[in-house]
Write a protein that binds this ligand. Structure first.
Ligand code: AMP
Length: 409
C-alpha cells in the first residue's frame, strides 16, 4: 500500500504546531500545539479529528523541542497514528528563511541543514527553531523523507528591481542584504485558490494578496508568479502589523541610538515586538481595537487608521506594479474576519475598479467568497489561508514522484 499521510511541523522558538493530513482526500486526521516549551508551564493540546473526534491536553514542563516532538509522537500513537506507521509518507517542515538558495521545497539532507544554518544571521529568531524541529524529527524517523518548505520560496521569482535595496551593491551582496519576503506558502495557496474561485487558470490572473494576521504582508502575483511583496530582508518591512512597525525611515534607528541612547537590541525589540497596532494603542488584537473604537477610544481609532492607510498605499502600489489587476484578496486572521478593515481598505478606490458590497462583506464564513458587487471591474475576495495544507501538498508532491522515496529507501 502507498503511504499517503504527511505530518506537517511548524516549529517556533517556544512552540510546535502540527497537523497530520491524508493526501488521498486532503483530510486532516489530527492537529495540535505544544506551547511554552522550556518553561515550567508547557502545554500540549492534541485533537484527533474525524468521526472519533477528541481533544486531550497535558500540562507540566516540556524541556526542549526534542521532548515536545516525543510528546507529539506519543499523542499520535495513542490515536493509532504513530510516526512508525507505514502510512506516513513524509514529514513537511515550515522553514522561515531559505534565502536565494531554496526556490522550491527540498528534501532535507546534511547539506540542506548546513545551508539553513548559514541563513541564521538573516533569520535569527526563526531558523534555529526550524532546524531543531527538523533534527529532532530526523532523530525519531531517520528513514523517512523530511521536506523543508520555505516561507521565502514563492518570492524568489521577484525581479531584481523589486528585490534590490538601493544601497551599495557590493555591501548588499557581501551581507546578503536584499528583499526576500515571507508568508510565501500562504501567498502561493491563496493566489491559486483565488484563481479557482474566479474559475480561471492561475496563469491567467493577476492578484494582490493581503495576508493580514498578527504578522501581515501584501504581494503582487502576476499569472501565478510573485513579482513583489511587502516584507523584506526580515518580516519587519511593509504593512503595519500586530507588533511590528512595518515601513519606516531607517534613520529612526540612528536617531533612537544616538539621541535616545537605546541599544541595538532594545530598538530591535521595540520595532518587532512593541510597535505596530500594539505600539500605537496598547492592543494588537483587531477585535479588541474594534471594541475600543466602538466605545469612542481615540487611540484605538488612530491605530486602525494608520493600519488602513498603509494597507491602501500598498494596494495602490501593487495596482501600479501589476498594471492589470483581476482580484484583490484578503486572508489570515484580520483579513478573513474583520469586515471593517476590508471596507476601509477598499472604500473610495472605484477609480481602480475596486468596490465592496456591504451585504457580502458582512457575511461571516469559512469559505472562499467574493465580496465585490457583480458589476465591479476587479473582484474583491476573502479566501481563508491554509499554510499546513500547502506545506503538505508541496511535501507530498515531492515525495510521491518517487525520487525522494528512493533516496531514503
Ligand atoms: P493570524 O496571525 O492569522 O492567526 O491572525 C491573528 C489576528 O487575527 C489576531 O491578532 C486578531 O487581530 C485577528 N482576528 C482574529 N479573529 C478576528 C475577528 N473575529 N475579528 C477581527 N480580527 C480578528
Amino acid at each position: 500500500m502507498t503511504a499517503t499521510r504527511v505530518l506537517v511541523l511548524n516549529s517556533g522558538s517556544s512552540s510546535v504546531k502540527y497537523q497530520l493530513l491524508d493526501m488521498r482526500d486532503h483530510s486532516r486526521l489530527a492537529v495540535g500545539l505544544v506551547e511554552r516549551i522550556g518553561e515550567r508551564t508547557s502545554h500540549l493540546t492534541h485533537t484527533r479529528l474525524g468521526e472519533e473526534r477528541a481533544t486531550r491536553e497535558r500540562g507540566g514542563p516540556i524541556a526542549d523541542h526534542g521532548a515536545a516532538l516525543e510528546a507529539v509522537a506519543e499523542e499520535l500513537a495513542a490515536d493509532g497514528l504513530g510516526l512508525d506507521s507505514p502510512d506516513l509518507a513524509a514529514i513537511g517542515h515550515r522553514v522561515v528563511h531559505g534565502g536565494m538558495f531554496f526556490t522550491e521545497p527540498t528534501v532535507v539532507d546534511e547539506s540542506v541543514l548546513t545551508e539553513i544554518e548559514r541563513l541564521i544571521p538573516v533569520a535569527p529568531l526563526h531558523n534555529p527553531a526550524n532546524l531543531t524541529g527538523i533534527r529532532t524529527a530526523l532523530g525519531l524517523r531517520p528513514d523517512l523523507p523530511q521536506v523543508a518548505v520555505f516561507d521565502t520560496a514563492f518570492h524568489t521569482t521577484m525581479p531584481e528591481h523589486a528585490a534590490r535595496y538601493a544601497i551599495d551593491g557590493r555591501i548588499a551582496d557581501r551581507y546578503r542584504v536584499r528583499r526576500y519576503g515571507f508568508h510565501g506558502t500562504s501567498h502561493a495557496y491563496v493566489s491559486r485558490a483565488t484563481a479557482e474561485l474566479l474559475g480561471r487558470a492561475p496563469e491567467d490572473v493577476n492578484v494582490i494578496v493581503l495576508h493580514l494576521g498578527n504578522g501581515a504582508s501584501a504581494s503582487a502575483v502576476r499569472g501565478g508568479v510573485c513579482v513583489d511583496t511587502s516584507m523584506g530582508l526580515t518580516p519587519l518591512e511593509g504593512l503595519v502589523m500586530g507588533t511590528r512597525s512595518g515601513d519606516m525611515d531607517p534613520a529612526v534607528i540612528f536617531h533612537l541610538r544616538r539621541v535616545g541612547g537605546m541599544s541595538m537590541d532594545e530598538i530591535d525589540t521595540l520595532l518587532n515586538k512593541r510597535s505596530g497596532l500594539f505600539g500605537l494603542c496598547g492592543d494588537n488584537d483587531m477585535r479588541e481595537i474594534q471594541r475600543r473604537i466602538d466605545a469612542g477610544d481615540a487611540q484605538a481609532k488612530l491605530a486602525f487608521d494608520v493600519y488602513v492607510h498603509r494597507l491602501r498605499k500598498y494596494i495602490g502600489a501593487y495596482c501600479a506594479v501589476l498594471g492589470r489587476v483581476d482580484a484583490v484578496v484578503f486572508t489570515a486572521g484580520v483579513g478573513e474576519n474583520a469586515a471593517a478593515v476590508r471596507r476601509a481598505a477598499i472604500e473610495g478606490l472605484e477609480l481602480f475598479g475596486l468596490a465592496v458590497d456591504e451585504e457580502r462583506n458582512a457575511v461571516r464564513s469559512g469559505e472562499a467568497r467574493l465580496i465585490s458587487p457583480d458589476s465591479a471591474r476587479v473582484a474583491v475576495a476573502v479566501v481563508p489561508t491554509d499554510e499546513e495544507m500547502e506545506i503538505a501538498t508541496q511535501t507530498y508532491a515531492l515525495v510521491a514522484n518517487g525520487t525522494a522515496l528512493e533516496d531514503h529507501s
